[in-house]
Design a binder for this molecule. Sequence first.
Ligand SMILES: Cc1ncc(C[n+]2csc(CCOP(=O)(O)OP(=O)(O)O)c2C)c(N)n1
Length: 334
Amino acid sequence: MTIAADKPRLSREHMLELLRQMIRIRRFEDKCAELYTQEKIRGFLHLYDGEEAVAVGVIPVLESRDRIVATYREHGQALVRGVPMTAALAEMFGKQEGCSHGRGGSMHLFDRAKNFYGGNAIVGGGLPLAVGLALADHMRGAGIVTACFFGDGAVAEGEFHESLNLAALWGLPVLFVCENNLYAMGTALALSESETDLQRKAACYRIAAEAVDGMDVVAVEAAARRAVHQVRETGKPYFLECRTYRLRAHSMFDAQLYRDKAEVETWRQKDPILRLTTWLESNHLIHADELARIEAGVAAEIADAVAFAEAASWEPIGQLTRFTYAEPVATANR
Ligand SMILES: Cc1ncc(C[n+]2csc(CCOP(=O)(O)OP(=O)(O)O)c2C)c(N)n1
């Protein structure tokens, strides 16, 4: 391992960028909640508040040719990856200018050009997909890494075990990123898993693993740099468990009866945005006007995205069956 791969990047500009990206996700999610109550966004909506340090710590470490597979709580991953906020929000509105043509909604953001393979409503569903992508890359000798994000709930699925087993057996370049937020909907981890130290599960499959404080963006980034470096060097899988917490309910339909307010409050003190801001302030690395500038820039981007999504169009009814089956090959190409 080279020192460069291991070393946290602590320049002021870099730290401000980490903060900006986390604020960008948080404010986007706040706006989504508001738009949901206005019924502009329909269907399911799962927000990422509290978990921003995971997406922001891991994704920028990847190269653009690397692939990302995510879950239904994926707005943050999509935004950090560079899926335009306009296209992401139009997707949630169900408009055809959305990144999945308005067919997928919040849970199925997809952008082939960004190597962002979704967005998946099925718990654990992204794991075999990631292994398949990595198998193809491995067979082509492409040197590409596939990062697969999933929750602690996915660990209880058979697909999790099948995917880890095959990735290890076949030596596939997958970075498994477990976002352990302690709950699968209303089920606490300790009620569904006999082993709650999730990174230990990787050892059974002979996969290198590490657990990291998922509320600390600097720690996540440093761990991700080690992990991605190792996957790229060896071509073998790696398991990164990010210990985090979702500060909001599971989805917009959840009364949160399974956890008490005091617990949520304790985790609010560990909020990754609050934590980084406090650290920057106490080290005199950020001024109030810089913070205000970041907030203003993010607010303007969100306002543009809302305007774009509002103005975007509904698909004509004649297109209803489009994407149901593969499009016929054009006669000219036959
Ligand atoms: C195969 C499958 N089983 C059940 C569900 C219903 N379901 C939706 S979210 C969820 C909890 C998943 O929790 P976790 O993987 O920890 O992710 P988190 O929501 O905490 O990010 C469940 C059980 C589903 N979508 N897919």
